[in-house]
Design a protein around this ligand. Structure first.
Ligand code: TRP
Ligand code: SF4
Length: 438
């Protein structure tokens, strides 16, 4: 199996995907002690992660960290797009710096949109909605890939450590793909890593919340970050912690420098083995690796390197389209758009595919199937904050007390409120856009 970020596949079996690609399970202990954990974290919508524990620690200790996501605007913003921004807004509220990339180069490469059209979608549709949803301008930057020189520079500079065979293996590229498309994963790597350049806040943990289709980009960015490090901290064969210099130039200077850093971290029992380009730390433990690595990484830019920490990622499930197929901007009947009128919204919900039984009688007897119901998904992802209320709906559906007609009516009421509230907030959003753009 291969994950293809540009196909129209919907990935259904999340557990299998997770295990196959070495994504970790997003367990309760990762979010439980965060401030007011978001419903998407609590409810298993975020089902997997890579290195989220680093983000958790930064958030809890109030150390600097950053969240970055990207959007490929194509027409209208729907509830699936809202979900990612809800996550971003939550992380912003618990202290993250925010960067949002408008992926106009990628959209140009793989869709029929000019850079100008994409800019139009972003400015008139997506960004006003982000603001209406509650994104704050403080410590928040929205930028366009095609206008960010640092991102584009990184794309070709970092690309030096990745070869064509790896790109083919990761993305299934072949002779028919256009060159802009082939470049776009490197641009995305530029997006993900540029936030750790000095100018954008420096070396710090980065979280990229994405759908699982984006995992190839996550893996590429992590590999590239690692490939550009000057130091590597690891457990040696004889179970010691060692700092290794990864490059062949300037080795002695780099070892001197590492020694200084280790002293500043209060390690004294150091053994330098120049032949291995290594320093062994007698008194360090496995749990110290991350701390040592971060300290070294932070100084790498001064030594001619980048020091990029490997980005962390979370993976979320996708909402099902209202009709049961994939939710898509190009099929209005599958999605509720944030700019839909209340009337249209209600009609879409009334026509939605539920987990109801063939008849009322059967449903009373055998119950409904909330797990296969898109109306229930609306409650779960967007409409109901209180976990107890959500659980009550789930149970009363399952045991046949709740009928779809009433249930849809309730969903419509809540959705109408959400939609009109956004409508109201968008009115003032347009004026504020400038505060968000870099
Ligand atoms: N490729 C993403 C998409 O298809 C958009 C994107 C661009 C992105 N740059 C990013 C996502 C950086 C996360 C991080 O939607
Ligand atoms: Fe879905 Fe509600 Fe019907 Fe249950 S009662 S199947 S949750 S619409």
């Amino acid at each position: 199996m291969k994950i293809d970020p540009w196909s129209s596949t919907t990935y259904q079996d999340y557990t299998k995907l997770r295990d196959e690609f070495g994504i970790e399970e997003f367990t309760e202990n990762l979010w439980k002690n965060l401030p007011h954990p978001h419903k998407l974290l609590r409810r298993g919508v975020v089902f997997g992660h890579r290195d989220f524990q680093i983000i958790q620690e930064a958030a809890l200790k109030k150390k600097p960290w950053v969240i970055l996501t990207g959007l490929m605007p194509s027409g209208k913003m729907h509830l699936g797009h809202k979900m990612v921004i809800d996550e971003v807004i939550y992380y912003q509220s618990i202290g993250a710096d925010v960067f949002i990339a408008v992926a106009d180069i990628e959209a140009f490469a793989i869709r029929e949109h000019t850079l100008e059209e994409t800019m139009d979608f972003a400015l008139n549709e997506y960004i006003p909605n982000y603001i209406a949803l509650g994104l704050k301008p403080e410590k928040c930057r929205i930028y366009f890939q095609s206008k960010n020189e640092d991102v584009k520079d990184l794309a070709y500079i970092l690309g030096k450590k990745i070869n064509w065979s790896q790109m083919q293996a990761t993305y299934g590229f072949n002779g028919t793909n256009n060159m802009t498309h082939i470049l776009s994963p490197l641009i995305q790597t530029g997006d993900i890593l540029h936030v750790q350049l000095e100018k954008y806040g420096g070396i710090r943990p980065t979280l990229v919340p994405v759908g699982v289709d984006q995992d190839p980009h996550i893996r590429l960015s992590r590999d590239i970050a690692e490939a550009h490090r000057l130091y590597n901290v690891t457990v040696t064969k004889d179970n010691k912690i060692g700092v290794f210099v990864k490059v062949d130039e300037n080795v002695n200077n780099l070892l001197d420098h590492a020694e200084k850093i280790l002293h500043s971290l209060n390690y004294t029992k150091l053994k330098r083995i120049t032949g291995y380009k290594a320093i062994y730390i007698d008194e360090a433990k496995k749990g110290d690796i991350q701390k040592i690595d971060e300290q070294l990484a932070k100084t790498e830019p001064k030594l001619g390197g980048y020091g990029f920490l490997q980005p962390s990622a979370t993976f979320h499930r996708f909402m099902t389209g209202l009709t049961g197929e994939k939710m898509s901007s190009s099929k209005p009947e599958t999605a509720i758009f944030l700019t839909d009128s209340p009337k249209i919204t209600i009609k879409k919900i009334m026509d939605a595919k539920t987990g109801g039984a063939v008849s009322l009688e059967v449903q009373k007897k055998e119950g409904g199937k909330p797990d296969e119901c898109v109306v229930y998904e609306l409650f779960l992802y967007h409409l109901i904050e209180d976990d107890k209320e959500l659980q009550d709906i789930y149970l009363s559906c399952k045991n046949g007390e709740k009928m779809c007609g009433n249930c849809k009516k309730y969903a419509s009421q809540l959705m109408e409120k959400l939609i009109t509230d956004l409508q109201e907030k968008r009115k003032t959003a347009e004026r504020k856009i400038k505060q968000y753009l870099s």
